[in-house]
Design a protein around this ligand. Structure first.
Ligand code: FAD
Ligand code: NAD
Length: 465
């Protein structure tokens, strides 16, 4: 096979890699991207998109069940709803397929060459790819490592049989009657909530003392309440120990240190993800590391000249939009633009019920940084639109400097609040002050009015609360 030479080689076509490649191609850079699986990476194929499709289907089903069982005040009645999960999964696969084709089309249109296979570095400028038809050698002037992340396996609870990762959970043909989940983080609670809504009896086992420990307790309180309403059992301070001998139950050590078993048709292990740093020749490059991640600077440069890294392989937060923003920036740098990572915030959204959004600093983080702050918190119970949508759970909270009212953070929890994350991020990136939010006319009736009210509250002159 004839060797390929290019200016830019991107390893991995997840949101970090494919965005970098498309942007580079559009900037006129001769670019090759290598992907072992399908374009779109974890996010598009087995992560963000399929999980949100399943969450939406579960919400729709639960809504109809609520109406059918006389638990809705809206005066609507329907017959007994049924769910065919295999059809739901087909619908979800259709969305993934459309997006796969979309990414492939965009790469092609940008003039990017795609090589399918597993890449392995020979040295910092040369990569060998095991393709279906043989080994392809690619030489590049500059390389971007965008190999992403993979599920963490617990050694005493290996994947196989009833023990599944999020990837299998997103492709089940039937709703498990009893689903036990290890880990009350993003995946455990997003998918646990979805499966409970689809009819599974869900138990979540969490090693720490509370759910979603990465968010502050005020934000997770409405989630705890909703999990209880949905009948989800949450066991905190509890450790998974392994399968019992028949393989149909999980042995746990509960908070009181007593041993218990939890009967399970499926056990979803969601205890975090690890960067993909093995199997592609990291040792041939001898890069500086930052714990398990590849160390990068503010331009995503690694310790080797001409080698960049973006996305999950470079550390937390392991989120698709961080990978994308880094990928776009690196393409610009390779094209000669003067760019550096100068973002004020990376938003985080947890698609639980209700959803959580955070941008910037929480009150605790700001205080820990020694900043004197003003906060304003407005519950959705005081918001007309939230009432008309039956979405009164949750609130919006703003955190600002006490001296000049510069916004430091905005957090919220509420149904559909993910869609407000763009506005929140914009406010922080534009260095908005409380007065800027207060002076912005927010449309009525919308949940975003609670953002305005939270700013007014922090300024000491709320109207509706
Ligand atoms: P990845 O998407 O992991 O892509 C890396 C790609 O590189 C893969 O396609 C892999 O096959 C390829 N690759 C690796 N090594 C090689 C090699 N040597 N040769 C060739 N190809 C290689 N994030 C959010 O922001 N929002 C969400 O709602 C969200 N939901 C999620 C839900 C689930 C269930 C999961 C698992 C993750 C979710 N994430 C979410 C996280 C998100 O998927 C990741 O942050 C994102 O995909 C990281 O992008 P990346 O480009 O760094 O890597
Ligand atoms: P996570 O880090 O969000 O949560 C893992 C949870 O498992 C933690 O609460 C941890 O305390 C617990 N845990 C760890 N070991 C345990 C053990 N032995 N027994 C019981 N509990 C244990 O990880 P995740 O849910 O697997 O998700 C992985 C990553 O994927 C996330 O960190 C995030 O970066 C990304 N993700 C993002 C979204 C989103 O943006 N909406 C959704 C899903 C995944």
């Amino acid at each position: 096979m004839k060797d390929i030479s290019c200016k830019l080689l991107v390893i991995g076509a997840g949101p970090g890699g494919y965005v970098c490649a498309i942007r580079a191609g559009r900037l006129g850079i001769d670019t090759v991207v290598v992907e072992a699986k399908k374009p779109g990476g974890t996010c598009l194929n087995v992560g963000c998109i399929p999980s949100k499709a399943l969450i939406h289907a579960a919400e729709e089903f639960e809504r109809v069940v609520r109406i059918a069982t006389g638990r809705s005040p809206l005066g609507i009645s329907v017959g007994k709803p049924e769910l065919d999960l295999s059809k739901t999964v087909l619908w979800k696969d259709g969305i993934v397929g459309r997006l796969n084709s979309g990414v492939s089309g965009l790469l092609k249109k940008a003039g990017v060459k795609v090589v399918v296979g597993w890449a392995r570095f020979r040295d910092g400028k040369t990569v060998e790819v095991e393709t279906e038809i043989g080994v392809q050698v690619i030489r590049a002037e500059q390389v971007v490592i965008a190999t992403g992340s993979d599920t963490i396996e617990l050694p005493f609870l290996p994947f196989g049989g009833k023990v599944i990762s999020s990837t299998e959970a997103l492709a089940l043909a039937e709703v498990p009657a009893k689903l036990v989940i290890v880990g009350a983080g993003y995946i455990g609670l997003e998918l646990g909530t979805a499966f409970a809504k689809m009819g599974a009896a869900v138990t979540v086992v969490e090693a720490q003392s509370r759910i979603l420990p990465q968010y502050d307790a005020e934000l997770t309180r409405p989630i705890v309440k909703r999990l209880r309403e949905l009948g989800i059992e949450v066991l905190t301070d509890t450790r998974a120990k392994g399968l019992v001998s028949k393989g149909d139950a999980l042995a746990i050590e509960a908070a009181d240190r007593r041993a218990r078993t939890l009967a399970a048709d499926r056990i979803l292990v969601a205890v975090g993800r690890k960067p993909v740093t093995e199997g592609w020749g990291l040792d041939a490059l001898d890069l500086d590391m930052d714990g398990p991640f590849i160390r990068i600077d503010d331009r995503c440069r690694t310790s080797m000249r001409g080698v960049y890294a973006v996305g999950d392989v470079t550390g937390e937060p392991m989120l698709a939009h961080r990978a994308t923003a880094q990928g776009e920036m690196v393409a610009g740098i390779v094209a000669g633009e003067k760019r550096a990572w100068d973002r004020v915030c990376i938003p985080a959204v947890c698609f639980t019920d209700p959803e959580i959004v955070t941008v910037g600093l929480s009150p605790e983080e700001a205080k820990a940084a020694g900043i004197e702050i003003k906060t304003g918190l407005v519950p959705f119970q005081a918001n007309g639109r939230a009432m008309t949508l039956e979405n009164e759970a949750g609130f919006i909270r703003v955190v600002a400097r006490a001296d000049n009212h510069l916004l430091l953070g905005i957090q919220g929890v509420g149904a559909g609040i993910a869609e407000l994350s763009g506005g929140f991020s914009l406010a922080l990136e534009m260095r908005a002050r409380l007065e800027d939010v207060a002076a912005t006319v927010h449309a009525h009736p919308t949940q975003s009015e609670s953002f305005l009210e939270a700013a007014l509250k922090a300024l000491g002159h709320p109207i509706h609360t």
